[in-house]
Structure formats: structure tokens, C-alpha cells
Design a protein. Structure first.
Length: 97
């Protein structure tokens, strides 16, 4: 489990902004509550340069995937978010129509 002092330092370093989608964790209490620290490379452990601030949604999409660069991770996550939103709209139309 990640040390809370280190997690706090990472979130402050990142200004509480999700490093994948840009969601501001200090925009609201709800955003702040859903801000976590992610291991960019799950195999590298709890070292500060391997830790990034993430919203829970992006963290769930990324899971334990390993990317070569932050941009590669962002592209993947944003692409999945777009597809999930389209799927959500389709289900919503089917159920609510």
C-alpha cells in the first residue's frame, strides 16, 4: 500500500490534476475525493518518478497496462473514454426511449 505522505507529495506536485485526462481534482469536493495516485509502470513500485495523480476513472481504464510514454498512456485512455461514452449514449437511448 502506498505511503500517504508520498501520495500527498505526488498529488501536490501534480497540482491535483489527473495526468491522463486533465481533470482538476481541486475543482470540487467530489473531484478531490475521486483523485488517486497511479503507478505509471506497475512493476516499478512506489518511487516518486513512477507515481502520477489520476482520477479514479482514468485509473480504472488504465489498470495494470504498461506504456512507454505518458503520451501513449493519455492517447489510449482518452480513446477508451470516448468509446465508453459512445457506448453509454447507446445504452441510454435504448433504455430510455
Amino acid at each position: 500500500m502506498l505511503n500517504s505522505k508520498l501520495a500527498s507529495e505526488v498529488q501536490k506536485r501534480d497540482n491535483y490534476v489527473c495526468q491522463y485526462c486533465g481533470k482538476d481534482g481541486l475543482e470540487s469536493l467530489e473531484n478531490w475525493h475521486h483523485t488517486v495516485v497511479d503507478h505509471f509502470d506497475p512493476k516499478k513500485g512506489d518511487v516518486e518518478d513512477n507515481l502520477v495523480t489520476s482520477c479514479e476513472y482514468c485509473n480504472a481504464i488504465k489498470l495494470n497496462k504498461v506504456f512507454d510514454t505518458m503520451q501513449e498512456a493519455r492517447d489510449y485512455i482518452i480513446g477508451r473514454r470516448i468509446q465508453l461514452f459512445k457506448d453509454f449514449l447507446k445504452v441510454k437511448r435504448e433504455v430510455r426511449s
